[in-house]
Write a protein of this length. Structure first.
Length: 464
């Protein structure tokens, strides 16, 4: 076993270790999730985070051009010759005063970390480059995932761009947007559509991967989360290495929450930051398992003690009631978050809270984000909608410095956007009205005029 980088059970009471190249991604003793762990005493760690900036001056090197791998000293599991990169992580952390006004923060206090600039259009590429690298280290020839869309797009593009593996993708029936499905199909992935939702697809892809020896890239894979830590490294870099007061992130399978918590815990342990930010996780109301468990049932990490039995009771209730996740924010339409224990640990280490927001609140926030210059998919806007709620509650102060994570590009899921802004009542009702969304207060509807020059000029003078 590699004594510098290896896999370790997340529960301190167990502490079992697993070889770096093992691909079961499950503790052999207790069945729990695994972390990628390091013997930092044997590794060259930067003395200060500012030292990492020197990598950018060597950006002709693909590893230093990557917004993930230029931070590789902070997740050093892969030899440089094994790293597979397609230029991911060239993202933007933008000050957003118009959105700050909408949520109730003072000017200069809100930043939007926009992950839609990644090659596949979502934050998933940060983790996929790391998982794909690990897959190559193990000699994998096929890689699989269950997906609501973004993971499948990311896996497909890495397989196509490198021509090293075949992508096998499981999607639920009717549970993927055409924007994302088009990416999987265009990039040549084998797409398996099953009768069921994401939770069903995830169960099946795990069974198939075990039976056929296919490498699994869902976020149960701890190497995915190592790459996703880099989102926080770029946030700190953009803020000149000053830690914000809050990170607000949409919560689906809770991979980002888990990765961000691990990143900050390690930075504190290494003496590279003095304190972590607090983390707020925002569920969609139609897929609010984490909110129900954390805020309503008081489930906590408790230092890694046995998982609270209330978790099993709640999941049984979902099964008995046949309660399925249902939200327009399809990227977080997940009822059984696989990274629940790691997310609980992240909130214990960093402090924080969980909230739920409605589809109406998500779409209104999305419109305000778009009007401020960044186009995001509905799930991304959950972070801003949740921030507005937390400011109103007084949990987050108007003076706090906050970073909201926008996880993916506008064109990932354009149907809801067009319906929200549409002047066609039937289109609105077909897409949004049946879900209880009312006519949109922030809609930018097309102005309909006759094909007449005078009328066109009149409309422009009236509205522009």
């Amino acid at each position: 076993m590699n004594d510098i980088a290896f896999q370790r059970c997340i529960h301190p009471q167990c502490g079992a270790t697993v070889d770096l190249l093992d691909t079961h991604f499950q503790c052999p003793k207790c069945g729990s999730l695994l972390d990628v762990a390091y013997d930092w005493d044997k590794l060259p760690v930067p003395k200060k985070l500012q030292d990492l900036e020197a990598k950018w001056s060597d950006r002709a090197n693909p590893l230093n051009f990557s917004g993930v791998w230029r931070f590789r000293e902070l997740f050093p599991f892969a030899p440089e010759a094994s790293i597979m990169t397609i230029g991911e992580g060239q993202t933007l952390c933008q000050k957003a005063d118009p959105v700050a006004e909408y949520v109730g923060l003072k000017p200069g206090k809100l930043y939007l970390q926009y992950e839609g600039m990644n090659p596949s259009g979502s934050f998933k590429d940060n983790g996929m480059t790391a998982a794909f690298t690990h897959a190559g280290m193990t000699g994998a020839k096929r890689a699989a995932c269950a997906s609501t869309g973004n993971t499948s797009a990311s896996l497909a593009i890495y397989c196509a761009a490198t021509n090293l593996m075949r992508a096998v993708i499981f999607i639920g029936s009717g549970k993927i947007s055409y924007g994302k499905l088009s990416q999987a199909l265009e990039h040549g992935a084998l797409t398996i559509q099953i009768a069921g939702d994401f939770d069903d697809a995830l169960r099946r892809v795990q069974e198939v991967s075990r039976q056929l020896g296919i490498y699994l890239v869902n976020s149960i894979n701890p190497f995915r989360l190592e790459g996703q830590k880099s989102v926080m490294f770029r946030v700190l870099e953009a803020l000149r290495w000053e830690v914000p007061d809050w990170i607000v992130v949409p919560g689906g399978n809770l991979g980002n929450t888990s990765a961000f918590g691990k990143a900050f815990a390690e930075l504190v342990d290494l003496g590279l930051i003095a304190r972590p930010p607090r983390i707020a996780v925002i569920n969609a109301a139609g897929a609010d398992t984490f909110y129900q468990l954390y805020e309503r049932n008081g489930v906590r990490w408790n230092g890694g003690a046995t998982l609270d039995p209330k978790v099993g009771v709640y999941l049984k209730y979902l099964d008995d009631a046949n309660k399925r996740a249902d939200t327009l924010a399809s990227a977080i339409e997940i009822n059984r978050p696989v990274n629940l224990p790691k997310a609980l640990r992240a909130l214990e280490r960093c402090g924080g809270c969980v909230r739920e927001v409605t589809d109406q609140e998500i779409l209104d926030a999305k419109a305000k984000i778009g009007a401020g210059g960044l186009g995001c998919e509905p799930a991304s806007a959950a972070s801003v909608a949740g921030l507005q709620k937390l400011v109103r509650e007084g949990v987050i102060s108007s003076d706090d410095r906050v970073v909201c994570i926008l996880t993916a590009h506008l064109l990932k899921d354009p149907t809801a956007t067009v319906a929200y802004h549409s002047s066609d009542p039937k289109m609105f009702d077909d897409v949004l009205g049946k879900r209880g969304v009312r006519r949109a207060g922030f809609a930018n509807r097309a102005v309909q005029v006759p094909n007449d020059l005078a009328e066109i000029v009149k409309a422009i003078e009236l509205y522009a």
